[in-house]
Design a binder for this molecule. Structure first.
Ligand SMILES: Nc1ncnc2c1ncn2[C@@H]1O[C@H](COP(=O)(O)OP(=O)(O)OP(=O)(O)O)[C@@H](O)[C@H]1O
Ligand SMILES: [Mg+2]
Length: 363
């Protein structure tokens, strides 16, 4: 068997503390048509975007035709002791509340004290001179106590605010450096990124066409700019692929004059013009009116038959079931289950796959 065209190992993507992809491993072979299904927020789009480096992965190794084009073996977040950090943060926040309350308590006591002094003075005639002096002295010493306590509480509060809990205090820099040293990372340059994006081309849910250019120009521009193809050659190829998606009659139309289904077919033709080895589709039909879904799915079905390698994030279970060779179920940043469509749909092994499919397509 030939080597995989795309290999994904230990891929992780964090947005801050939000670990969107946790540990994704996948090998894609030439001619694979893979559907990725899974609940909203499970990381499907982020996964596709990482393959094209539209998002920079936090960790992992990506290889295309056996050449590594991205590799980060260690990320700082893996060397933060989040358990200790979160514990310290909770303690800190509680202390902040406690000392702030303490300041409020002694401030209130002083206000009450002031009222008490006022009251004693007004009722002076009810007391003997000795009684009055005794009460007065008692109040004076109370006031000193309150003031001392308030001062202490304010200082405590200020000290705590001055020393916030920082993530970096729970980060083991030496271990991180050692991990990088043991397994150096590969820094990608813009040349590599452009190369990958021309071989692994993305088709977006929202088309991402240039609205200030017509249909034909949209299909020419990346060929001449990125691939340095001569204009006439690029035009010929554009016409060929626009014809293959049945858009030959609309080549001089502005993008704004097209329906959603037509726009998506242009976007697919544009992708084909790059001579891609893989096309990534991120829910290509979900922005379309229902009557236009069919025409785009038809184009994709025909592409699959040509042997093109495709990875398709989709909610179209019909497509996943009938067209793809492999279905991947993703949840919560993991690939939970993968297999042949008939196995995934008729006999899923994981409870989570079963319950997703049940929710999605009923029994
Ligand atoms: N640029 C970003 N910055 C911060 N968080 C992000 C970013 N992009 C995605 N996320 C978060 O990552 C998680 C996964 O998002 P993603 O778009 O990959 O999910 P999805 O499976 O494609 O969902 P859907 O089916 O709704 O398209 C979500 O919680 C989202 O809020
Ligand atoms: Mg998505």
């Amino acid at each position: 068997m030939n080597a995989p065209i795309l290999k994904i190992a230990n891929l992780a993507k964090y947005f801050g503390a939000n670990k969107v992809l946790k540990d994704i491993n996948l090998e894609v072979n030439k001619g694979d048509v893979i559907s990725i299904i899974g609940p909203s927020g499970s990381g499907k789009s982020t996964f596709l975007r990482c393959l094209d480096l539209l998002e920079t992965p936090t960790r992992g190794t990506l290889s295309f035709n056996e050449e590594i084009y991205f590799n980060i073996n260690a990320c700082k977040d893996d060397f933060v002791d989040y358990q200790e950090f979160n514990k310290a943060l909770e303690f800190y926040n509680n202390e902040l509340i406690r000392t702030e309350d303490e300041v409020a308590i002694w401030s209130n006591k002083l206000i009450e004290h002031k009222l008490e002094v006022h009251k004693i003075k007004e009722e002076k005639n009810n007391y003997s001179v000795e009684e009055f002096n005794a009460k007065n002295n008692e109040l004076k010493s109370l006031k000193n106590d309150y003031l001392a306590n308030l001062k202490l509480a304010k200082k405590e509060y200020k000290d705590i605010r001055k020393t916030p809990i920082l993530k970096r205090d729970f980060y083991d820099e030496n271990a991180y450096k050692q991990a990088i040293f043991d397994n150096p990372s590969i820094i990608v340059n813009s040349k590599t990124i452009n190369h990958i994006r021309s071989k692994v081309v993305m088709v977006f849910q929202s088309f991402n066409l240039f609205n200030n250019m017509n249909v034909l120009e949209n299909c020419i521009i990346a060929q001449t700019k990125v691939l340095k193809v001569p204009y006439n050659e690029a035009k010929e190829k554009a016409i060929k692929h626009l014809t293959s998606v049945n858009m030959q009659d609309r080549m001089n139309y502005k993008i704004s004059e097209l329906s959603g289904g037509q726009k998506q077919r242009v976007a697919i033709a544009r992708a084909l013009c790059m001579d891609p080895e893989i096309i990534l589709f991120d829910e290509p039909t979900s922005a379309l009116d229902p009557e236009m879904v069919g025409e785009v799915l038809e184009v994709m079905k025909n592409l699959a038959k040509t042997g093109l390698t495709m990875i398709v994030v989709t909610h179209e279970m019909g497509f996943a079931k009938d067209v793809s060779k492999k279905v991947i179920f993703m949840e919560n940043g993991y690939i939970v289950e993968q297999g042949k469509p008939e196995d995934i749909f008729n006999n899923p092994q994981e409870e989570r796959t079963r319950s997703f499919l049940k929710r999605y397509i009923g029994n």
